[in-house]
Design a protein around this ligand. Structure first.
Ligand SMILES: [Zn+2]
Length: 288
């Protein structure tokens, strides 16, 4: 099955595929272990910094190797490429999905670059995700209290008619919808998803897959509601990073060995546990 087949299956059967960022081999191993245990398809993705660190060809080979060995579908995604140049490593390495995020650019420029990327990707069997509404909280980090302005969130949400025009002009396959979701986790702030708006976006884009970015920190019932409203790609980075960092600090303080393969298993276990939670929230377990 291709990436498109999996997204179509998810849409038809009412589940989402978790899109989990992997910035190290250990995180990648943890996501794979979770997918194998839960029999779930997964999207493994790297944003620009992670792609530079891991290198696109390595990410591609590692994911394909794991998918072959463990017989699980791994869709490889280039997450948040902000420029045409940033999309190149993923396109050239043969990733399955390319997320071009032109939301920081003027609308015309965003459309122009997307129109250039889409035919090229489609020729190679790659799908393209586009974004026009700037989802706040860039960086998948822990943000300080007060750094999110609720009025900006309200004003910045996707306008379904504008989204339909954007999709019509660019021919993107996946639309990064913004309906109250925010990147990262902000102290003292709980995201409130506008599920009614999500339904309207879905109705305006009946033939486009919808993604939800910034799922970390979102109350579980809201994530499930978004999945029920046909979001098929749920992006999570911050909570995996948190699990990684906390468990690594603990492992290093508890163990005195020098061999990384002796202290990394408990890190992999912690990240795997978090990945399994997202598989459960997405309802993707048992689909393989
Ligand atoms: Zn994102």
């Amino acid at each position: 099955m291709t990436a498109r087949d999996w997204l179509e299956k998810a849409k038809k059967e009412g589940f989402a595929i978790p899109a989990l960022n992997a910035g190290t081999l250990e995180v990648l191993k943890a996501i794979v272990a979770a997918a194998v245990e839960a029999r779930s398809p997964v999207i493994i993705e790297t944003a620009t910094g992670e792609t530079k660190w891991m290198e696109a060809e390595n990410i591609f080979c590692l994911c394909r190797n794991f998918a072959d060995k463990y017989k699980i579908p791994i869709i490889i995604n280039l997450d948040h490429a902000y420029t045409y140049e940033d999309t190149r490593p993923g396109i050239e390495a043969g990733f399955d999905l390319i997320h071009f995020d032109g939301s920081k650019l003027p609308y015309e420029e965003n459309v122009a670059i997307a129109k250039k990327i889409v035919p090229e990707c489609h020729d190679q069997g790659q799908l393209v995700e586009g974004e026009m509404d700037r989802i706040p909280g860039e960086g998948s980090e822990l943000h300080a209290e007060g750094s999110i302005d609720a009025s900006i969130i309200e004003k910045g949400k996707t306008v379904p008619e504008k989204a339909a025009k954007f999709v019509e002009e660019t021919k993107i396959d996946i639309f990064a919808s913004f309906f109250g979701n925010v990147h990262g986790i902000t102290a003292g702030y709980t995201p409130k998803l506008d599920i009614e708006l999500l339904h309207k976006i879905q109705q305006a884009l009946p033939n486009t897959f919808l993604s939800m970015h910034g799922s970390s920190g979102t109350p579980e019932d809201q994530v499930r509601a978004a999945v029920s409203a046909e979001v098929v790609k749920v992006n999570v980075n911050t909570e995996l990073r948190l699990a990684y960092r906390k468990s690594l600090e603990q492992a290093l303080s508890e163990r005195k060995e020098l061999a990384p393969y002796k202290f990394f298993p408990q890190v992999v276990e912690a990240v795997k546990k978090e990945a399994l939670r997202w598989i459960d929230l997405c309802g993707s377990g048992g689909k393989v």
